[in-house]
Design a protein around this ligand. Structure first.
Ligand SMILES: C[S@@+](CC[C@H](N)C(=O)[O-])C[C@H]1O[C@@H](n2cnc3c(N)ncnc32)[C@H](O)[C@@H]1O
Length: 212
């Protein structure tokens, strides 16, 4: 488990100060954050979506980024400081254990990050826990066309490159349902494409935490 995280952190430390695109969808645009809302971005990288969202939620709201790579958090914090943003926070954390209160957040977004999680069901349980009743998530991610072979699943470099941890759609949706979410809306789904040694798709989905 640690060896997977180490490979992920090495890759993203190297990417922190580059401009290369790390996204696989438009989660933020679909999430449509509103003034006064609290938004959390899981795997916030260089912080660009958190900063964009901070303008949408305004001073009455808050935009929070969570990322496991210290260099990513540093780059994101430097940007927010330069812009003098007061409603932004970046937290160095694994999104399998989110250090936020339960029922605290209006909207969770994530772009091309949850594929890296070894325990995806745990991530969705955390999303469910931190969302307020009626809150929503919009997630863009990479899913596999088929169950990947063991040699890819056990390769930390493949995990760090956004395909070793990719799972088939049915399995991904099962993790979401087991966490408590009911309906899952597919907002965008690409055609299958080859990513290094795996056939994958990009998917953007949305769901709500129901009001009891
Ligand atoms: C492909 S990048 C996407 C960054 C950003 N969302 C974007 O679209 O530009 C994935 C990010 O997820 C972070 N990450 C990977 N595994 C994580 C974990 N278990 N917990 C928190 N962050 C993680 C990485 O450090 C990296 O910054």
């Amino acid at each position: 488990m640690e060896f997977l995280l180490d490979a992920i952190k090495v890759r993203y430390s190297n990417e922190a100060k580059t401009n290369c695109c790390l996204s696989c969808g438009s989660a933020l645009e679909y999430a449509e954050p509103q003034a006064g809302e609290i938004l959390v971005d899981l795997g916030s990288g260089r912080g660009n979506d958190v900063i964009k969202a901070s303008k949408l939620v305004g001073r009455a709201g808050k935009s929070i980024g969570i990322d496991i790579t210290p260099d990513m958090i540093q780059v994101a914090m430097d940007k927010a400081k330069k812009l003098n943003l007061k409603n932004v926070e970046f937290i160095l954390s694994n999104f399998e254990e989110i250090p936020l209160d339960s029922s605290f957040v209006d909207v969770v977004i994530s772009n091309c990050s949850i594929n890296h999680a070894k325990e995806k069901e745990k991530v969705f349980k955390e999303i469910y826990r931190i969302l307020k009743p009626g809150g929503r998530f919009v997630i863009s991610d990479v899913i596999a066309e088929y169950e990947l072979p063991e040699e890819i699943k056990n390769d930390p470099i493949a995990w760090s490159q956004c395909y070793g941890g990719a799972i088939p759609k049915e399995e991904y949706f099962k993790c979401i349902s087991k966490a408590g979410f009911r309906e899952i809306l597919i907002l965008e789904e690409s055609e299958p494409y080859q990513k290094e040694r795996a056939l994958v798709r990009s998917l953007t989905i949305k769901s709500y935490k129901e009001v009891e």
